[in-house]
Design a protein around this ligand. Structure first.
Ligand code: IMP
Length: 199
């Protein structure tokens, strides 16, 4: 049987970050009632899988089981070709507990220099998973490819945005206006796939 999400359904967003819950509401065009898992007091699971899709599914399934409601979760990050895909699922963790992305971007640059590679290609990935409390789940992945630049440029985005120039553009994600980034980002591409799969 196909899995369908009806407009107006309540979705539990498996995130303790209120900004992310808000972003999910915006990307879903306000079609659903979104409840943040954090506001329901649901504990966060450890991200123990080795892929973006694995971790997104794990978080969505956990929130669906705990809440008894349909849940949505994401997992995302930056992968660097010269670093064989690192930091990847560890993107947030490279910034440490103080979420120091200037330090994380320096670490990326240092590690690339250490390899001696001239390859600056990289990509962002966003996995999105929706899980039902009785078991079924859907997971999709969106990706945007680009080149890294050092030093980073722009202060409009977050995370690794200042060092990432998407393919076909000359501005970094950190320099682009947010609507421009949203039109081509890994997250937007994942959402398009999710909409095609579920609506
Ligand atoms: P998550 O919350 O475990 O999905 O962590 C994803 C991490 O990847 C974030 O903390 C960011 O550092 C990074 N990341 C994901 N998407 C983006 C983006 O669009 N721009 C910049 N950094 C991103």
């Amino acid at each position: 049987m196909p899995l369908i999400l009806k407009a107006g359904t309540t979705l539990v967003a498996a995130t303790h970050n209120p900004g992310k819950a808000k972003e999910l509401v915006a990307l879903l065009d306000g079609r659903f009632e979104i409840l943040a898992a954090g506001s329901l007091g649901l504990p966060e699971p450890d991200e123990t899988e080795s892929t973006f899709t694995g971790n997104a599914l794990l978080k969505a399934r956990h929130a669906a089981r705990q809440s008894g409601q349909i849940a949505i979760a994401d997992d995302s990050g930056l992968s660097v070709a010269a670093l064989e895909g690192s930091p990847g699922i560890f993107s947030a963790r490279w910034a440490g507990p103080s979420k120091d992305f200037a330090a994380a971007m320096n670490k990326v640059e240092e590690r690339i220099i250490e390899t001696g590679s001239q390859d600056r290609s990289a990509w962002f990935t966003s996995a999105l998973a929706v899980a039902w409390p009785d078991g079924p789940a859907v997971v999709v992945e969106g990706r945007v490819d680009g080149q890294l630049v050092f030093p980073g440029r722009g202060d409009r985005g977050f995370g690794y945005d200042p060092i990432f120039v998407p393919e076909g553009y000359s501005l970094t994600f950190g320099e682009m206006d947010p609507a421009g980034k949203d039109a081509i980002s890994h997250r937007a591409r994942a959402f398009e796939k999710l909409k095609a799969a579920l609506f």
